[in-house]
Design a protein around this ligand. Structure first.
Ligand code: LMR
Length: 407
């Protein structure tokens, strides 16, 4: 029974409230609008080179030129996107660790699109499904997966006092997890902490996954930014041989620098081929009800790079360069802080992988860095080390020293 709507109620938008800016994306505009020339952006996870720029990768530019010349239609492809991309990215992630007859991969609009489709499939399969997420995890994991309807359960991960991963506490929490729960893992370059388990710790985690019959749900957004493109999916490849089912969400935003083109993929490993085929039909059906099909351009560029020996080699070189620069900037900042703020230990910076790590300062200190010094980072004090350059590291370290107290 519905009552008649009053005049005020017939105005649909009137009941809406303004939402707070996104904790990460909001920083892009804040930094852009800051007139201070010495401002530094350590916010959103976008790679920058030594000149502070985010150029299109050379391998990507070359593939784009070829694509421009060779593409002869813009007709629809379908819900799963490019079959060539799907085969190439599956190979890049899994190598030959998984039985292809149990595996299906679709192209998605970025890593976020991949996670959103994964959530929908999980809920179709089990309405009451719960996903364990690291405390903390990527700020968007929670609203994205939670907003889709999944129950999230936190497990301890980052020890904010000692700046290490608390693997024992993590394992204890997972040992108490009900069988069948999902476990969201970051394959490498944990976002936001930058701290990944060691190989031994990964093995202990995998043992618990197998023992407790948890379903691994692996997010791989930084393949190549920790050790190498081939070593970074280690946990995915090991698990593929040990578990009946697994979900992998991949992003090409960072390692191909294709951020705005929205390139990602979603893979499901099923217990057998028949189940894989059912999952595949569900995924394609679900995609049709959300965005119909993914954008093609970036994914075709990725498949062109991965299929061509020369472009692939050039791309691998560019990934190595990005990784090395990130690691170099961690060392540079740690050294500069050791000089400017000798009473404080920032050595955890150099133990981190990828773009991110926590400075380990308070929200108030983060606020002061922004207000007084024009230095932007997420409230949690997560910094994107790609924003550091040889030119700004001195100012950055002095500013941090000023808010934490120099000695
Ligand atoms: C980040 O964490 O900054 C990146 O993954 C970009 C994003 O979408 O949040």
């Amino acid at each position: 029974h519905r009552h008649a709507l009053s005049v005020a109620e017939t105005k649909l938008f009137e009941s809406l409230q303004t939402m707070p800016a996104d904790a990460i994306l909001g920083l892009i505009a804040e930094h852009r609008d800051d007139p201070r020339p010495q401002k530094i952006d350590l916010g959103v996870g976008v790679y920058r080179n030594a000149a502070g720029e985010t150029p299109v990768l050379t391998s990507v530019k070359k593939a784009e030129r070829r694509l421009l010349e060779s593409q002869d239609t813009k007709a629809y492809i379908g819900t799963a996107g490019s079959a060539r991309f799907n085969a190439a990215i599956q190979r890049l992630t899994f190598a030959d660790s998984a039985d292809e007859q149990r595996l299906v991969t679709i192209q998605t609009p970025g890593g976020s699109g991949s996670l959103r489709v994964a959530a929908g499939i999980i809920l179709r399969a089990r309405e009451t499904a719960a996903v364990w997420v690291s405390e903390p995890t990527w700020a968007n994991h929670v609203p994205l997966l939670g907003g889709a309807g999944l129950e999230l359960k936190p497990f301890p991960y980052y020890d904010t006092t000692n700046h290490v991963i608390n693997v024992d506490a993590m394992l204890d929490a997972l040992r108490a997890a009900p069988k069948g729960d999902l476990l969201l893992l970051h394959a490498c370059c944990h976002n936001p902490s930058g701290l990944d388990p060691t190989a031994d710790e990964w093995h202990a985690i995998m043992d618990v996954i197998v023992e407790r019959e948890l379903l691994p749900f692996v997010d791989v957004a930084y393949q190549g930014f920790a050790r190498s493109v081939d070593e970074d999916p280690f946990v995915i490849r090991e698990l593929a041989g040990r578990v009946p089912e697994m979900i992998v969400a991949n992003s090409c935003s960072k390692n191909f620098g294709l951020y705005r083109d929205r390139v990602g993929s979603l893979s499901f490993l099923a217990a057998d081929t028949a189940t894989r085929d059912v999952v595949s039909s569900q995924v394609n059906n679900l995609v049709r009800t959300i965005y119909s099909m993914p954008p093609d351009h970036g994914a075709t560029v990725v498949s062109m790079i991965l299929e061509d020996a020369e472009l692939r080699a050039e791309w691998l070189g560019e990934v190595n360069e990005m990784r090395d620069r990130l690691q170099g900037m961690r060392v540079l900042l740690n050294d500069a802080l050791a000089e400017k703020a000798p009473g404080h230990d920032f050595s955890h910076l150099v133990r981190a992988n990828g773009m991110f790590c926590f400075l380990g300062i308070s929200k108030e200190q983060v606020g002061r860095l922004k207000k007084e010094f024009g230095i932007y980072m997420v409230d949690s004090s997560r910094i994107n080390v790609a924003g550091i350059t040889e030119n700004n590291v001195g100012y950055l370290a002095e500013s941090i020293a000023a808010v934490v107290g120099g000695s």
